[in-house]
Every structure is written in C-alpha cells, then in structure tokens.
Write a protein that binds this ligand. Structure first.
Ligand code: HEC
Ligand code: CU
Length: 327
C-alpha cells in the first residue's frame, strides 16, 4: 500500500524545513528568563506549542513542496488534471489527529491558566496606579505609596491594576505576565516571583507622547528584607503624618496680634498697602468678609495672584490674628 509513497524525497525536504525552523527557535533568544512561577508554566506551554506545531508544519510543508515540484504542469500543458476521488482513510486521519491535538492543547492551556490564577491565602495585595506617564504602587495593608514596586520572593502578589487617565498596560517580561490598566475597572494579575533582583516595569499600551518612557522598577527581595522595608516605609509615613499634625496644631493655635503685625509688614504689605487699609497689587484687607478658616486656607494655599506659603506654623496663626483684628 505504501509502495508508491516517495519516502526519500519527503524526508529530505522535511529535514531541511525542520532544520530551518528549529534553527530560528534555538539560535535566537526569544524569551527572557522565567523568574516567576507563572512565567515558568506559561513559557513551557509556549515551547510545547512551538515544537508540536513544528512537527505538523514539517509534515505539511514537505508534502506540499514535493507535490508542487513533482506534479507541476509541463510547459504548454493546458489540459485539466485527471479527476481524483478522495481518500477516506487519509481524510479521517488528518481530521482525527489534529482534533485530538487541539483537545490536548486546550486542556493543557486550561491547566496552566487555572494554576497561574489559583489564589494563595497569604497573598500580598498591591494597588498599581497607571497614569500618563508613571506608575505608583499602593500597599493598602501598610498604608504606604511608592514609586518602585517592592515584593518578597516566593510569595504570591495580587496586583490590582487601575488607570487614572487612559488605558495603560503593566508588563514585566521576566514574570511572563501582562495586564491592561483600564479607567473605571480594577484588573487583577497574580505573580509569584521566584528570583531576587530588579526587573523593569514597562507600559505596553501606547498611551500618549510619554509612552516610551513610562517605566518603573520592581524589586524582588527576601521575605526578611521585605518586612524591614515595610517597617521603614511605614515609620516614614507616620513621621510625616505626625509632623503635619504638629504643624496644624501650631497654625490653629490662638495667634498674637502684635507678632502678626510684624509678619504682615514683612510678608504682606508689599501687596496690601498701609497694613491692609489700602489696595495695592492685592485688595484692601480691612473689611474682608473671609472667615478665620477661609483666611488661614488662603494664606496657606494662595489665591490668584497671591502666592501661598508666605507664613506657616506660628507665623500663620499670628498673621491670621492680625488680619482678624483689622477686619
Ligand atoms: C504678591 C502679592 C501678594 C502678597 C505678598 C500677599 N497678597 Fe494677599 N492678596 C493678593 C491678591 C492679588 C489678592 C486677591 C486674590 C483673589 O481673590 O484673586 C489677595 C487677597 C488677600 C485677602 C483676601 C481679601 C478679600 O477680602 O478677598 C487676604 C485676607 C489677604 N490677601 C491676606 C494676605 C496676607 C495675610 C498676606 C501675607 C501673609 C498676603 N495677603 C500677601 C496679593 C498678595
Ligand atoms: Cu502608559
């Protein structure tokens, strides 16, 4: 039955095609190192798909190339070819084999996805905020925000991707994972880093003129270094909060009118002439209808052509007291 099959030419063509295709796969470094559990599974699936596709590609291409060469029409031959009926066995084989293969691929793919997205009970929650053109990371449990993503090795991290303006895409090639940050939606990604080091975070969605520089870093550190880092960052946040609470207490303490007059002369009278009794660059202050809180806010933050931050802390409390005394 197989007497007529030209095994030798088919094999020669097949070997040439296989060598060319495999050479492309082996000589070029297509993938970064797989440094997360998810990347290991995904990259293995990818190579499985590649090598099994290669087998089918070689078989089909060898038959095709041989047929085109062997049965090509001679010069001047305008005849129709002989009528040929199908070969049932062959047709059943080329339907059943790929079908089985597709089922294998579907099941394998499902298993990979299922494992990659299996939730660990002790996973670390991190909010990722994408914005033209930078990334910020929030740690809801510790109450801190950073510009570099720091995660412990070997523990699952759940990234809650959010966009503050347009669509961006969070991508760490070594983690083998990528996800869109879409305004109005929280998109979750899971990674379990397996190797300590610093990796690039890349925006993989054209998001505006600064897209190509929308980069940041993820640092994978040991569990111990991670706890130490969290402790340091939390202490920093607490210190800042304490300092601003202390400043707020000073600002809102009852001020001293005489001391406030001195501050006013030094910082304000350039624009508010005659101690606020006459308009200059700024309006007359005497008769202002601003409440104490509005006054304090305006002196702190400025308004229109009036700059903010001229007086802070006790000076601010005093100058507010002075303005109150003349209004
Ligand atoms: C560079 C000029 C400039 C300086 C310095 C300046 N101001 Fe003003 N101030 C303005 C201008 C302009 C406005 C009007 C702002 C607006 O409403 O757009 C204004 C508005 C005000 C008002 C509100 C008046 C009203 O009734 O709406 C108060 C009160 C005031 N300034 C207080 C101060 C005090 C106190 C200082 C010093 C700590 C100060 N300003 C320093 C320019 C200045
Ligand atoms: Cu972007």
């Amino acid at each position: 039955m197989y007497k007529n099959v030209p095994f030798l030419p088919l094999a020669v063509i097949g070997i040439i095609v296989a060598a060319l295709t495999a050479g492309q796969a082996l000589l070029i470094d297509w993938l970064p190192p797989a440094d997360s559990e998810q990347a290991e599974r995904t990259f293995t699936l990818l190579w499985f798909l590649f090598w099994s596709s290669l087998i089918f590609f070689v078989i089909v291409t060898a038959v095709l190339v041989y047929a085109v060469w062997k049965w090509r029409a001679k010069d001047g031959d305008l005849e129709d070819g002989p009528p040929i009926h199908g070969n049932t066995t062959l047709e059943v084989v080329w339907t059943v084999v790929p079908s089985i293969f597709l089922i294998v691929v579907a099941v394998y793919g499902y298993i990979v996805l299922d494992r990659n997205e299996a939730l660990a009970a002790d996973r670390l929650n991190v909010d990722v905020y994408a914005q033209q053109f930078n990334w910020t990371y929030g740690y809801p449990d510790a109450g801190i925000e950073t510009g570099t993503l720091v995660v412990p090795e070997g523990r699952q991290v759940q990234l809650n991707l959010r966009a503050r303006d347009v669509i961006h895409d969070f991508w760490v090639p070594e983690f083998g994972i990528k996800g869109d940050a879409v305004p109005g939606i929280t998109h979750k990604l899971w990674i379990t880093p397996t190797k300590q080091g610093t990796y690039p975070v890349i925006c993989a969605e054209l998001c505006g003129v600064g897209h190509s520089v929308m980069r940041s870093q993820v640092k994978v550190v040991s569990a111990k270094e991670y706890s130490a880092w969290i402790a340091r960052a939390t202490a920093g946040v607490k210190a800042t909060a304490a300092a601003s609470a202390a400043a707020a207490t000073l600002e809102t303490a009852p001020g001293d009118v005489a001391a406030g007059k001195v501050v006013f002369e030094a910082k304000c009278s350039g624009c508010h002439a005659e101690l606020g009794a006459k308009a200059g660059v700024g309006p007359k202050i005497v008769g202002t209808k601003l409440t104490t809180d509005e006054l304090r806010t305006q002196i702190k933050n400025g308004k229109g052509a009036m700059p903010g931050g001229l007086a802070t802390g006790t000076d601010l409390a005093n100058v507010v007291a002075f303005v109150e005394s003349i209004k």
